[in-house]
Each structure stands twice: as structure tokens, then as C-alpha cells.
Design a protein around this ligand. Structure first.
Ligand SMILES: NC(=O)C1=CN([C@@H]2O[C@H](COP(=O)(O)OP(=O)(O)OC[C@H]3O[C@@H](n4cnc5c(N)ncnc54)[C@H](O)[C@@H]3O)[C@@H](O)[C@H]2O)C=CC1
Ligand SMILES: CC(=O)C(=O)O
Ligand SMILES: [Mg+2]
Length: 371
């Protein structure tokens, strides 16, 4: 199969879909690899390294999209990239379609086979192709939150861990999944007072066993979310219903009553965000203020630590990339129910139920396209 890896074009996105090591694995299985020139140069992965791994280097994205059977990327295709996709071509990347009707319509129009990293499931449960970036974003959420609590960044001027004789900041984490757990580790490590909320009591039980009385766990309800958010200096949003638009747990009215200079880091923004006041921002302009509350809503947070993130992402994606390349998409998806869960749009149909429901498209189960 001919496999292509373009340079990412989203704002301040320096990750790359395939590392030279991943290219080498695919080339060793007899596949032809095309990488766009300078695809990894911002993170120290040079064209020479890709050439040594067996790739061809091409200068233009248009040529690369025209020649490839499968495109391996990081972020959802931007409009210019959607226009280059063609029927039957495999697109393997993050998509986050539920909050994005334009991209979904473009992918339907393209006729391409679109596999979303974020809905591929794992034999042990969870979302193994999302998890590494959630680990990164969860950890970064505390760094970003701490920085924006500084006065010069619009925050109230509070140090997360306090100092002897002065109380530490109150951090509230919505969602105790991968983002929530990694944010929790960092916030506890910095000495903040931390409350975490989830609807999954087993997750809360696990965190309680690990962190004991250094944290407070709360069952998530409208009441507990409101009380926690109003008391918070920093709120981190990390809830997820896989593939679906994020539930709006924090209303505009709640934000209006939050402390002035408090900070919100809505990591769930790539699924539409869990604050009613959120909208996506970029690394170039990461924040905006609503009712005195600083909102950080960057939809590609791991792009800021692109070198770490690229290696972590490739560790998770290369296995299925090899299966897709070796077998073709139909056989790879027939053989692996977890990879099949990643199919969101194929041959003009929406094949992921939560996306179809969120955007009002007919739902066609992936299995019917594989018969
Ligand atoms: N902005 C960015 O750059 C990035 C965003 N993300 C996003 O972060 C979000 C979280 O991802 P993960 O932690 O991997 O998901 P996860 O599935 O590990 O955790 C989500 C948690 O939310 C909980 N939840 C669902 N509904 C809830 C409710 N009403 N109240 C409280 N908790 C609720 C679930 O029980 C689960 O424990 C996703 O939308 C993901 O796409 C992930 C990486 C980077
Ligand atoms: C998960 C995601 O959207 C990202 O890493 O950018
Ligand atoms: Mg999007």
C-alpha cells in the first residue's frame, strides 16, 4: 500500500503522524511511504531521517494526497485537506466530528474511509489511541491553569500550592478519566487542594485508594458541580462520552457566579467543551474572558509539546496502521472489533452512532459496509 504522511497545518501544530521509526516498520512490511518535506523538522525529525527510514520526500501536500492509498495524520483534516481526499482513500487521524458539522459534511462528500483515533477501543476497555494525548493534555492543563492564574495572564494572582501560612488554590477536575487522573497527579504534586467529580463511582474509588485524604472525590450531579465550581480557583474540564458532544456541565449562569480571576481549562473542547461559555482557541491566542473568568480552550494542547506527544501517539497508532496497510481497511476492520469502532465516516455514510445522532445524519453500522 502507498501510505502518506503530510505536514500538519493546524495553528501551532508541530506533531507528525508518522515518526521515522514508524516509517521504517511500514517499509519493512513492503509498503511505499511518502512524507511531506519538513513534516517533522520542527521537532527534530529531519527529511534525512525519513529518507534513511525508506520514505520518499515530496514537497507538496496536493501530490501526496493524490498518490496515497492511506493518509496518516494527527489533527482533523482542515478544509484545504478535506478537499484533497478522494473516494476509497483511508484517512487515519483524530477527527472529533460530533461538534464539527462542516468537517463531517466534507468527509461525507469526499467518499473517503475515515478512521478516528479517538473512538478506537481497546481490549482492556478505554480509548488507547486517545489515552496518550489525554495524558499529555491532563498534565498540561495544570501547567496552563497555574500560568493563567498569574495576574499578568488575567488570573486572580494565586499560587497553586500556596506557601506556609497561606492556603493553596482550590482545583476542581470534572471527569476522572485519563485527563482527570493526570491533571490530578500534577495538581496534587504542586500542593493544590483538589476535588474531582465523576459519574463513575468505581473511578472515584480507585483515585480515593491512591490519593487518600489528599483529594476529595464527589459524585457528579448538577448540584455538586455547581458547588465545586463556585468554590474553585481553577476548573479543569475532562469529561467524555465517547464520540459524542461533551455534556455542558457548567452553565453560563454558573460561570457568571464564579470567582473573578478564576481560570477554566476546558480540555474537552475538542468534543465541543463542557462549559457553556467555551469555544475553541489556538496556541497563538489560547484564552478569552467571560464574566471575569479566564477560559483556556485550546483544542490541540499536545501540539505544544509536540516531540513528546508525537512519540507517545505513534506508540499507540502504529499497530493499527500496520494492520490497515497489510490487510486493507475492510479486512483489518473485519478482524478487529476495536479498530472497527474507529470508523466514523466511510464511502459517504456516517458509521459512528453518536456522531450521526449529534449531527442528524443517518447512521449506517460499520459492519454493514464490511459484509
Ligand atoms: N484539548 C486537547 O488538546 C485534548 C482534548 N482531549 C479530550 O479530553 C476529553 C477527556 O478525555 P479522556 O480523559 O481521555 O476521556 P476518558 O474517557 O478517559 O474520561 C472521561 C471521564 O468523563 C466522565 N464523565 C462522563 N460524563 C460525566 C459527567 N456528566 N460528569 C462527570 N464525569 C463524567 C467519564 O465517566 C470518564 O471517567 C476528551 O474529550 C478528549 O478528546 C484529550 C486530549 C487532548
Ligand atoms: C486528542 C486531540 O485532539 C489532540 O491530541 O489534539
Ligand atoms: Mg475540529
Amino acid at each position: 500500500m502507498r501510505i502518506a504522511c503530510p505536514k500538519e497545518i493546524k495553528n501551532h501544530e508541530y506533531r507528525v503522524g508518522l515518526t521515522p521509526a514508524s516509517v521504517r516498520e511500514l517499509v519493512a512490511r513492503g509498503h511505499e511511504l511518502i512524507v511531506q518535506s519538513a513534516a517533522g523538522s520542527a521537532i527534530g525529525l529531519s527529511d534525512e531521517q525519513y529518507l534513511a527510514a525508506g520514505a520518499q520526500i515530496v514537497p507538496e501536500a496536493a501530490e501526496l494526497f493524490a498518490r496515497a492509498d492511506m493518509i496518516v495524520k494527527v489533527k482533523e483534516p482542515q478544509p484545504a485537506e478535506c478537499a484533497l481526499l478522494r473516494p476509497g482513500q483511508i484517512l487515519y487521524t483524530y477527527l472529533h466530528l460530533a461538534p464539527d458539522p462542516e468537517q463531517t459534511a466534507a468527509l461525507i462528500r469526499s467518499g473517503a474511509i475515515c478512521i478516528a483515533y479517538e473512538t478506537v477501543t481497546g481490549p482492556g476497555g478505554g480509548l488507547p489511541l486517545l489515552a496518550p494525548m489525554s495524558e499529555v493534555a491532563g498534565r498540561m492543563a495544570v501547567q496552563a491553569g497555574a500560568a493563567h492564574l498569574e495576574k499578568s495572564k488575567g488570573g486572580m494572582g494565586v499560587l497553586l500550592g500556596g506557601v506556609p501560612g497561606v492556603a493553596a488554590a482550590q482545583v476542581v477536575i470534572l471527569g476522572a478519566g485519563v485527563v482527570g487522573t493526570h491533571a490530578l497527579q500534577m495538581a496534587v504534586g504542586l500542593g493544590a487542594r483538589v476535588t474531582v467529580l465523576d459519574k463513575n463511582v468505581d473511578r472515584l474509588r480507585q483515585l480515593d485508594l491512591i490519593f487518600g485524604n489528599r483529594i476529595t472525590t464527589l459524585y457528579s450531579s448538577a448540584q455538586s458541580v455547581e458547588e465545586a465550581v463556585l468554590a474553585a480557583d481553577l476548573v479543569i474540564g475532562g469529561v467524555l462520552i465517547p464520540g459524542a458532544a461533551a455534556p455542558k456541565l457548567v452553565t453560563r449562569a454558573m460561570v457568571a457566579r464564579m470567582k473573578k480571576g478564576a481560570v477554566v481549562v476546558d480540555v474537552a473542547i475538542d468534543q465541543g467543551g463542557c462549559f457553556e461559555t467555551s469555544h475553541p482557541t489556538t496556541h497563538a491566542e489560547p484564552t478569552f474572558v467571560v464574566d471575569g473568568v479566564v477560559h483556556y480552550c485550546v483544542a490541540n494542547m499536545p501540539g505544544a509539546v509536540a516531540r513528546t506527544s508525537t512519540f507517545a501517539l505513534n506508540n499507540a497508532t502504529i499497530g493499527h496502521a500496520l494492520a490497515l496497510a497489510d490487510k486493507g481497511w475492510r479486512q483489518a476492520l473485519r478482524d478487529d472489533v476495536h479498530l472497527r469502532a474507529g470508523l466514523n465516516v466511510a464511502a459517504g455514510q456516517v458509521t459512528y452512532e453518536a456522531v450521526a445522532r449529534a449531527l442528524g445524519h443517518p447512521y449506517v453500522p460499520a459492519a454493514t459496509l464490511l459484509a
